[in-house]
Design a protein around this ligand. Structure first.
Ligand code: FDA
Length: 427
């Protein structure tokens, strides 16, 4: 039976990176993945160009029941370290927005870096190869033998260390499974409830019908929710749950079924069912006062003129939709009325509708469209320095399978690199 120092299950971002780093430390590493193609999720990431890290990565950019857990790994291997690796391999990249770094040409460049690092570490890869079971040897066996027996489609393997890097549930059609979560439970770990995150939000068909014609329109907004405070139980003390007001200034995109775009994806990770989104479609401008100021002597028709008071360009379709929606509440508001003749009260209603749009999603697009899975292996039962299980020595969990979920913007890959390296250095 083959015997290795390390068996890594899952050849995605975290598994490839950890395997290469462990191999380069002189360990004999076997990397196993059931999917026919390597790192498909990396390939489709960042619109095909992989947003591989973020220059400004801090623990505040992550969600977890224990918001401090990610601190140690992120400080052991930083975004600057990964940027240096990209330089070492001569991969050209650029910053798009808010510290987000993307490959200049394609995600394949990032995959090639990870495969080259694995080659440097002499990593053996079995792919496609399913893992059927993992069994810990008894304490008696462990004194003289490796710690784990692994049953795979290519036969049994023994390993001193097993690293679980099987990711989350998002995009099942390219190989996502709950194998890592089930394995964690088998070894007595708790799973923090899973949910799709960084995901478009959907609405009731009838509720959404009026906005369907806006599909394809994008607009910069401030989008916010009131969510349970981070930490176990949403910060419940003495029966009172603390809430936090979370907001992002990013683009929103109307779709046929609801809302998407970076702002919505960000807020979706915090959104709780049956609670409203608060959307300011003109962040930084109090529209009602701006319109009242613009009244004096203004003979332009309200329908054409009101959006001129906004500091950013608003597509005509969106402006008209808001006027129509507000007019249902305020019949005295008329498109053909000169701005100078509009009643202050009506302008205030229009301004309020635009600055303070509230709408309650019906649900999300689910794992089929989610970029990540929030929740996962409970961090209280893992070492934050090494990612090793506190229940089963020699067993490690890294990447998205752990209850650490990054914001949109390269933070999830950085967690894969940082947690993978913390584990590799500990074995
Ligand atoms: P990952 O999912 O990468 O790998 C898990 C591996 O385990 C897979 O290869 C799978 O086949 C394998 N596996 C699963 N079950 C198995 C089993 N039973 N046996 C054997 N193998 C098994 N993040 C970011 O920072 N920047 C970005 O630009 C993007 N963009 C993006 C776009 C889209 C469309 C998605 C879906 C996701 C992103 N992400 C992202 C998120 C990012 O891709 C994700 O967080 C990381 O890939 C997680 O890395 P892991 O290695 O943990 O899992």
């Amino acid at each position: 039976m083959p015997l290795v120092d390390v068996a890594v299950i899952g050849a995605g971002a975290a598994g490839l990176f950890c395997a290469g780093a462990a191999g380069q430390r002189g360990l004999k590493v076997l990397l196993i993945d059931h999917a026919p193609k390597v790192a498909e999720k990396i390939r489709i990431s960042g619109g095909g160009r992989s947003n591989f890290t973020n220059r400004e990565c801090t623990p505040a950019n992550y969600l977890s029941e224990n918001p401090h857990f990610c601190r140690s790994a992120l400080s052991q291997y930083t975004s600057a370290d990964f940027i240096a690796l990209m330089h070492k391999h001569g991969v050209p990249f650029h910053e798009k927005h808010k510290g987000q770094l993307f490959c200049d040409h394609s995600s394949q460049q990032l995959i090639d870096v990870l495969l080259a690092e694995c080659a440097l570490g002499g990593v053996e890869r079995w792919q496609p190869c399913g893992v059927k079971a993992v069994r810990a040897l008894t304490a008696e066996d462990q004194a003289t033998a490796p710690r784990y027996d692994i049953e795979t489609d290519r036969g049994p393997v023994q390993a001193r260390h097993v690293v679980v890097a099987t990711g989350g549930l998002s995009i099942p059609k390219i190989g996502a499974t709950d194998f890592g979560h089930r394995l964690a439970q088998q070894f007595g770990h708790r799973i923090v409830p899973l949910k799709p995150a960084l995901v478009p939000l959907t609405f009731d068909v009838s509720q959404w019908a009026r906005w369907v014609p806006l599909a394809g329109v994008a607009v910069p907004v401030r989008i916010a929710v009131d969510a349970p405070a981070q930490g176990k139980g949403g910060g419940k003390h003495g029966g009172k749950a603390k809430t936090q007001h979370i907001s992002f200034d990013e683009d929103l995109l109307f779709t046929h079924r609801g809302l998407s775009g970076p702002g919505v994806l960000q807020i979706s990770s915090f959104w709780q069912p049956d609670t409203p989104l608060h959307i300011d479609l003109a962040p930084g401008t109090e529209l009602a006062s701006a319109m009242k100021q613009a009244k004096s002597g203004n003979r332009k028709q309200l329908g054409n003129a009101w959006k001129d008071t906004l500091p950013v360009h608003i597509p005509q379709r969106l402006a008209q939709a808001w006027l129509d929606a507000t007019r249902e509440q305020v019949p005295t508001l008329r498109d053909d009325q000169p701005v100078a003749e509009a009643r202050d009260k009506d302008l205030e209603a229009l301004g309020q509708a635009f600055n303070g749009w509230q709408i309650t999603p019906h649900g999300t697009e689910g794992y089929a469209k989610a970029e990540v899975t929030a929740g996962g292996v409970d961090t209280n039962e893992l070492s934050s320095r090494t990612m090793e299980s506190k229940r089963s020595p020699g067993l490690y969990f890294i990447g998205e399978v752990v209850d650490v979920t990054g914001w949109l913007g390269g933070y999830n890959f950085q967690w894969a690199w940082s947690s993978g390296m913390a584990c590799a250095r500990a074995m």
